[in-house]
Design a protein around this ligand. Structure first.
Ligand code: NAD
Length: 497
């Protein structure tokens, strides 16, 4: 019988009493690697109650102690880095190199959480009026919830619970039902690092479980990363129930290539950023905008993409792994067929690719479309597969107008040798994360992950200072002391010395 994933509630790994189970499959073979419970209403309740109970003590725990927990956790994660990456590869199909990146980007956020003392400091101002001082503290909210997607099962949970907990909150994590094994391992290591019982709970399931959390009176804040439809539902329902919500959603990221760009760099980066991780990255480049004479890059781009092939996680020659599920593959195949039907020019079609020895994997070869127009379904929808669309425009202004007219605003990049063109692009583009000769500009954790428009619903973003503000309240104190007489009193001044 396949491994049955437990729930983590109140510091204990407990078997679920549910009758509803899901299968977790290896996407390269379809082999069942685990059975996942959909937590019952009573189990969701128990998780929130355990988090609430733990909050009473944890919010009083001195900041340096909270920081030390993060230091111990960071050390343990580093020690187990390769082991977690292998598990991640098995669960998601990602190549080992890619899986290592997923784990490492998460560890970097834990490092940042260890800086909580300086990150969460308030402000002070002396003499806001005569003899009056004003200062502020940050204080934790209470129970926070995280709902995470399949595509970064290490990094995205680590965007959330370490910082929330370092701020003094307690946490309920609901990881993706498609690859829950890595989040469970992260939770085990968190406990092994000495986290008191109840700081972190992990419960499993789909929409029903999330919906219980969204309306729970003891939940104060919700962090979500996933698709637009789920993000809009979670943002609306959570805020309707007067909770703080940050919801990171889908994307359509453009890379603009100017004629003066370094040719080889532009091509290599377009290929890696579009098909890497099978295109299952919210910051993947899915549209190449070739400006003016840069259109001449297309044949070279096509040739370079044709050389990349998917493969099994430990195949050193594999460019990327399978899609996460047969359903995800079917959806991308339908979009490719729709692109052809709507008249785009399919220059490379990966629909029928095979990987020797793995006939059941959710493989898809690199796929390239030219002649794409903005009214086509393949342009309007996030594809989330190894598919790159190419659009030609005449000048930089047209490229900027095109990107700004797209409803998403997660990431974009420009490849050019011109500082002036790059400066114009970074200033005028309505996208929250911009790369200049950098294809996937994911900010490091001392900044924040700042998607805009339909790629983000909320105000304060993930990690960095913004996340600390998201996970805390600010308390501002205005203080005046009537101590003139005490200071003048010779007996009192002795005490004051
Ligand atoms: P998904 O929306 O299907 O699932 C994400 C999480 O939400 C899962 O835990 C799932 O159980 C839950 N969920 C799904 N539907 C729900 C619903 N109707 N109500 C409540 N909860 C629901 O997303 P996915 O397929 O796991 O991940 C891929 C998506 O995530 C892509 O759209 C990608 O762009 C996006 N993503 C965005 C970012 C970002 O930072 N903007 C980062 C990574 C992934």
């Amino acid at each position: 019988m396949a491994y049955q994933v437990p729930l983590l509630i109140g510091g204990k790994m407990v078997p679920s009493r549910t009758e509803q189970w899901l299968e977790v499959n290896n996407p390269a073979t379809q082999k069942v690697i685990a059975r996942l419970p959909c937590a019952t209403e009573a189990e969701v309740e128990a998780a929130v109650v355990a988090a609430s109970a733990a909050f009473v003590e944890w919010k009083e725990t001195p900041v340096p102690e909270r920081a030390r927990l993060m230091l111990r956790y960071q050390a343990l994660l580093k020690e187990h880095h390769d082991e977690i990456a292998c598990l991640l590869s098995r669960d998601t199909g990602k190549t080992l190199e890619d899986a290592k990146g997923d784990v490492w980007r998460g560890i970097e956020v834990v490092e940042q959480a260890a800086n909580i003392a300086s990150l969460s400091m308030g402000e002070t101002q002396e003499n806001v009026a005569r003899g009056v001082d004003c200062y502020s503290f940050t204080q934790p909210l209470g129970v926070c919830v995280g709902i995470t997607p399949f595509n970064f099962p290490a990094m995205i949970p680590l965007w959330m619970f370490p910082l929330a907990i370092a701020c003094g909150n307690t946490f309920v994590l609901k990881p993706s039902e498609q690859d829950p094994l890595v989040p469970m391992r992260l939770a085990e290591l968190f406990m092994a690092a000495g986290a008191p019982d109840g700081l972190l709970q992990v419960i499993h399931g789909g929409k029903e479980v999330v919906d219980l959390l969204l309306v729970h009176p003891q939940v104060r804040a919700i962090s979500f990363v996933g698709s637009v439809a789920a993000g809009q539902h979670i943002y609306r329902t959570g805020t309707d129930h007067l909770k703080r919500v940050q919801a990171f959603a889908g994307a359509k990221n453009h890379m603009v290539v100017l004629p003066d760009a370094n040719r080889q760099q532009a091509i290599n980066n377009l290929v890696g950023a579009s098909v890497g991780a099978a295109g299952q990255r919210c910051m993947a480049i899915s549209v190449a905008v070739l400006v003016g004479e840069a259109r001449e890059l297309l044949p070279e781009l096509q040739a370079a993409m044709a050389k990349v092939r998917p493969g099994i996680w430990n195949d050193p020659d594999a460019g990327y792994g399978p899609l996460i599920s047969p359903a995800a593959k079917t959806r991308v195949l339908q979009l490719i067929a729709e692109g052809k039907r709507e008249g785009a020019d399919c220059l490379l079609d990966g629909s029928h690719v095979r990987v020797s020895g793995y006939p059941d994997g959710n493989w898809l070869g690199p796929t390239l479309f030219g002649g794409v127009t903005t009214d086509m379904t393949i342009y309007k929808e996030e594809i989330f597969g190894p598919v790159l669309l190419v659009i030609m425009v005449d000048n930089l202004d047209e490229a900027i107008a095109l990107v700004n007219a797209n409803p998403y605003g997660n990431g974009t990049s420009i490849f050019t040798a011109s500082g002036a063109a790059a400066r114009k692009y970074q200033h005028e583009i309505q996208v929250g994360q911009v790369g200049i000769n950098v294809p996937i500009p994911v900010p490091l954790p001392f900044f924040s992950f700042t998607g805009w428009r339909n790629s983000f619903y909320g105000d304060l973003h993930a990690y960095g200072k913004q996340a600390v503000r998201f996970y805390t309240e600010t308390k501002t104190i205005t203080a005046r002391w009537f101590d003139d007489e005490a200071v003048a009193d010779p007996n009192m001044s002795i005490h004051l010395k």
